[in-house]
Design a protein around this ligand. Structure first.
Ligand code: SF4
Length: 62
């Protein structure tokens, strides 16, 4: 199963992925998005969050 991962070195903390897929991504204490549940939203919604990230910080990992 592929799961989304956030590259914390790339994330600028814009919160867009958290708005699109709030059950999958949340902002951590450092102001960086992190995956709180890799299956929190359906795959299409997670893909939309991935495609919307302005710095391409989210990707699928096996
Ligand atoms: S959309 Fe990208 S840059 Fe914005 S918070 Fe999510 S991972 Fe970070």
């Amino acid at each position: 199963m592929a799961i989304p991962i956030v590259d914390e070195d790339l994330c600028t903390g814009c919160e867009l992925c958290c708005d699109i897929a709030p059950n999958t991504f949340a902002m951590n204490d450092e102001g960086i998005s992190e995956v709180i549940d890799p299956e929190g939203d359906d795959e299409d919604t997670i893909q939309e969050a991935i495609d919307s990230c302005p710095v391409e910080a989210i990707s699928w990992a096996e």
